[in-house]
Design a protein around this ligand. Structure first.
Ligand code: CA2
Length: 176
């Protein structure tokens, strides 16, 4: 059963923490090791840690999941509905251009999502120009490398009305 949006504690209604799922498609486990000209130098673990720590700072659960298998990704999307996931960030990788089945799974859950690509797929081979996900996504980010995930997360936090903390611990100090 999907997570209720709030629970009653005594007479007070308490909002449950928001949950964001980050899904990474096939071969993204290789990030950081090869093809940096397309995908940058950050590893998948670097990206996941950055997203989790940003989520933590805002009191939001960020779970990350990668698979090289279409059916496993579909199962995870179906599970997301039962887990009460509020928002999905997805880089379907190669399945972007092929998978009607993964598209159908996302459509069936009705969970809002943003599609993220590390590389600018529109500046690459023609077969990368079509996505089976973009028309269902709230938005698409492509070509901004690992920062694209960060921006997608900020969008998700605002979409979910999460009170966001400012980035980092930069202070502006007067020197005189
Ligand atoms: O730019 C993206 O994020 C892509 O989704 C990445 C996919 C590609 O098929 C899409 O067209 C665009 C490929 C992911 C493969 O990742 C690798 C990472 C390091 C080394 C080799 C592959």
């Amino acid at each position: 059963m999907p997570k209720p949006t709030s629970t009653r504690r005594g007479s007070k209604s308490v909002a449950l923490p928001k949950a964001i799922l980050v899904l990474h498609g096939p071969n993204l486990n290789l990030l950081g090791s090869r093809e940096p000209q397309h995908y940058g130098h950050a590893s998948l673990e670097d990206i996941n840690q950055m997203l989790k720590s940003r989520g933590k700072a805002c009191g939001v659960s960020v779970e990350c999941f990668q698979s090289n298998h279409e059916g496993v990704l579909i199962d995870r999307v179906q599970q997301a509905r039962h887990d009460g996931v509020d928002f999905i960030l997805i880089n379907p990788a190669g399945y972007t251009h092929t998978s009607i089945a993964l598209r159908d799974a996302l459509a069936a859950t009705g969970i809002p999502f943003v599609e993220v690509h590390l590389s600018n797929v529109h500046a690459r081979e023609p077969f990368r120009h079509h996505s089976y996900f973009s028309d269902l996504a709230l938005g698409v980010i492509a070509g901004l490398g690992a920062q694209g995930y960060e921006l997608a997360l900020e969008f998700a936090l605002r979409h979910l009305h999460v009170k966001v903390t400012s980035h980092g611990s930069q202070k502006t100090e007067k020197t005189h």
